[in-house]
Design a protein around this ligand. Structure first.
Ligand SMILES: [Zn+2]
Ligand SMILES: [Zn+2]
Length: 374
């Protein structure tokens, strides 16, 4: 269980006869550097922060410093000193120092319980047409809101908070370990120094109640699957005057039977007859928008699989509602499965003009594929 512990003077980088002011200055620097607010999620910084706090805790105390100077870490451990269990301990012990160090240190000390409310997520499914035009949607959901009965205080109206009897309103209790004393957050009042003896009946002292809520959300034109709308402050109410969370709407756009989507562009396939493909001409195709059809001009000799771009007939752009993506039309050429007698004769006449006969038996092997590659 013995863990290697660095020398406290080494941790703070001071000499063995450093005075209180020097030590405070040095500790201030280290605490600033490794402060958890400045190094979120950084385990090494957290360790350094704790190490420096422990070193300072010992060396600023004349009695502990003497024991340490004479007997080292073991001397302190033998007398029940265990350092800090976590940030709460450190901030509780050095609350005064952190306050004049940072001006914000005490917000972790537990004196203020203000906490932001949770953000919420709602999923919304739209058709492609709804995504095209945009839509006003009523979103129904549950969230924690300020209790109106007690105005978020958690108190029965007319009653008041009482000074916490466990800590006499200090918000922390002093635990003795050997002859060392360590301050920790009061378990009875969670550091507030006050307790509610007559809680509001509607929220049972929580200050917040769960309510069914419906709000109207304007979904802008052009949203796509993966689009998120953030409704600031429409999440859950914060605790003890903490700010509310946000509401996030996650958009899912359903597949469409005719159009596929690629960002702001739309893609569709239209079948035309082989005669239209050969001769060219115009064909009406469906598009989204008020002019729900578009006359597509085909050049003669349009090929199967050819893609024709129709500028500005795609989806509206989320970034600029004036702009629209394009529509890409892929041409499918239909070959008739049955012919009338007249059609057959006409096609046979056409085949003759191309030098083809119905049973071109002379063409074999090399001749055949050379012909195919013409
Ligand atoms: Zn209430
Ligand atoms: Zn208390």
């Amino acid at each position: 269980m013995t863990m290697y512990k660095r020398d406290y003077y080494e941790v703070l980088g001071i000499s063995r006869n450093a005075g209180d002011e020097d030590m405070k200055k040095v500790y201030r620097k280290l605490a600033l550097k490794y402060h958890p607010d400045r190094n979120p999620g950084d385990k090494q910084a957290e360790e350094n922060f704790k190490e420096a706090a422990e070193a300072y805790e010992v060396l600023r105390d004349r009695e502990k410093r003497q024991i340490y100077d004479r007997f080292g870490h073991e001397g302190l451990e033998g007398r029940g000193f265990r350092g800090f269990s976590g940030f709460e301990d450190i901030f509780a012990s050095f609350g005064d120092i952190f306050e004049d160090f940072f001006g914000f240190g005490t917000r972790r000390s537990g004196r203020s319980r203000a906490r932001p409310g949770n953000s919420l997520r709602k999923d919304l499914e739209l058709t492609l047409e709804e995504a095209f035009y945009g839509k006003n949607n009523e979103i129904a959901f549950q969230r924690l809101e300020f209790c109106l009965t007690c105005d978020g205080s958690g108190l029965t109206p007319g009653s008041d908070r009482q000074i916490c009897g466990t800590c006499q309103g200090r918000g922390q209790v002093i635990r003795s370990q050997g002859f060392f004393q360590i301050g920790t957050t009061c378990p009875a009042c969670h550091g507030e120094g006050q307790i509610i003896t007559d809680p509001c009946r509607d929220c049972r002292g929580q200050g917040r109640v769960r309510v069914d809520r419906k709000i109207n959300v304007k979904i802008p034109a052009g949203v796509d699957t993966g689009s998120q709308l953030r409704l600031s402050g429409e999440g859950e109410a914060g605790e003890y005057e903490g700010p509310p969370g946000d509401l996030y709407i996650f958009i899912h756009v359903k597949e469409h039977g005719f159009f596929n989507r690629d960002g702001d562009d739309l893609i569709c396939e239209i079948p035309i007859s082989f005669v239209q493909a050969a001769l060219g001409g115009s064909v009406m195709i469906p598009v989204l928008g008020d002019d729900d059809a578009y006359q597509l001009e085909l050049t003669h000799g349009t090929q199967p699989g050819q893609v024709i771009r129709v500028v500005g007939k795609g989806m509206p752009s989320l970034k600029s509602q004036q702009r629209r993506g394009d529509l890409y039309v892929r041409i499918l050429v239909k070959i008739p499965e049955k012919l009338t007698q007249q059609q057959r004769e006409l096609l046979e006449a056409f085949a003759e003009t191309e030098g083809l006969t119905r049973s071109d038996k002379k063409s074999r092997g090399k001749n055949l594929w050379k012909k195919m590659m013409k």
